[in-house]
Design a protein around this ligand. Structure first.
Ligand SMILES: [Zn+2]
Ligand SMILES: [Zn+2]
Ligand SMILES: [Zn+2]
Length: 389
């Protein structure tokens, strides 16, 4: 547990709170500034306070914003001291988790936490995902063993923006960019852009959420913070949209000479209209079928779940992706490409109908030309049966 020492007042020497936690002391400075941005001097003052308290960590919390200079100053602090800048996005999240309603000038700040599920819910989702897999006599869901390694509540910013700019020359308007409602999903940890599939999955099912309800799961749960500050996020979004919508245009002047003009979008032409904070659960698991083990990550969006990173559908015979409608070997637990007319990587046992991969198949001659594929157990009863591979 930690103890909080409140200092406050006007002559607080750049510190309002000192948190005595397990990881050492944290010196905290709070600023309720609505119209002024926090710059380098506040960071420098806190840095001195951290040093004189013989601490190593400091934190500035504000309802306002930080200047780019303040962020730069934090990055260039001499070694041994780390200072974190926390703004309204972070504060709103902490307040919501503590059950405090935070009302700002622009309305309620709400974090949209997509609901996470417990082991029973997770198994139900996996059964749904595995439904197309051919498997006999046991279904894939019946053979499935699930070990949950971690549950990560990943934090994202969903940003909506407009870009408006006209480019004119002596020959008139040569290019207009008026794109509205451009949405992008960015990691709230470092601003990295989320891949298209995951972003659209998040947007599809995103529902209004309450505080995160962390389900009872037998693994560590990591809740990501909205650590990336407003100015950094805005800079990253603007840079991306400038890259995306800038282009070089060829046009013909009044003198019939053709020209090229670099139509670069200016930072002032990018307007961010909405920033929404969403957290999406990601489950990191080990899955098992009989003797085989697979790694698997799953994200959940309130409507359903999607596998993001897994070797689950890798064919045990050729090593390539076998697709969702593959076959599960009921002898060894390998996934394999579904049976084909020629050169199959999997079979159904001709005697008992068990689904088997090519590595677990045997055959006996039937008539003159045809082979009958068999599982190991049925092959034992047939003299002359041979291994397929
Ligand atoms: Zn294959
Ligand atoms: Zn097999
Ligand atoms: Zn059989």
């Amino acid at each position: 547990m930690c103890r909080v020492e409140q200092i406050g007042g006007v002559a607080d020497g750049g510190r309002d709170l000192i948190i005595h936690g397990r990881g050492g002391k944290i010196v905290v400075e709070c600023k309720y500034w609505r119209n002024k941005s926090i710059g380098r001097p506040i960071v420098q003052k806190l840095h001195s306070a951290v040093v004189s308290e013989r601490a190593t960590k400091g934190m500035v919390i504000t309802t306002g914003r930080y200047t780019a200079k303040a962020e730069e100053c934090v990055r260039q602090l001499p070694g041994g001291v780390s200072i974190k800048l926390r703004d309204l996005n972070w504060l709103a999240d902490q307040a919501q988790a503590a059950g405090i309603r935070l009302v700002t000038g622009s309305g309620d700040s709400v974090i949209h936490d997509l609901p996470a599920t417990d082991m029973a819910g997770l198994r139900a989702m996996l059964s749904g995902i595995l439904a197309p897999v051919k498997s006999h006599p046991a279904s894939a869901a019946e053979l499935l063993e699930t070990t949950l390694a971690s549950l990560r509540l990943e934090a994202y910013y969903v940003v909506t923006a407009n870009v408006d700019q006209d480019f004119t020359t002596g020959a008139g308007r040569i290019r207009s960019v008026h794109e509205h409602g451009i949405r992008g999903v960015y990691s709230a940890r470092d601003g990295s852009r989320t891949d298209r599939a995951r972003a659209s999955f998040l947007l599809e099912g995103a529902r209004l959420g309450g505080p995160p309800r962390i389900p009872a799961v037998p693994c560590p749960v990591y809740k990501e913070d909205f650590a990336l500050g407003g100015p950094s996020l805005k800079r990253i979004v603007a840079e991306r949209l400038i890259r995306k919508y800038s282009s070089t245009v060829r046009y013909t002047g009044r003198n019939r000479v053709s020209y090229r003009k670099d139509c670069r979008i200016g930072p002032r032409s990018v307007h961010i209209t909405d920033i929404r904070q969403v957290r999406m659960p990601k489950y990191v698991m080990r899955l098992g079928f009989l003797k085989k083990r697979y790694r698997c990550s799953l994200v959940q969006n309130g409507d359903g779940a999607r596998i993001t990173d897994s070797d689950l559908y890798e064919c045990g015979v050729c090593g390539r992706h076998a697709g969702e409608a593959c076959l599960l070997c009921n002898s060894c637990g390998a996934m394999a490409h579904a049976p084909r007319l020629f050169g199959s990587h999997s079979h159904r046992c001709g005697d008992c109908k068990k689904t088997i991969c090519g590595n677990c198949a045997f055959w006996v001659r039937r008539l003159l030309l045809f082979k009958r594929m068999l599982c190991g157990r049925c092959a034992d009863r047939r003299p002359g049966a041979r291994r397929a591979r």
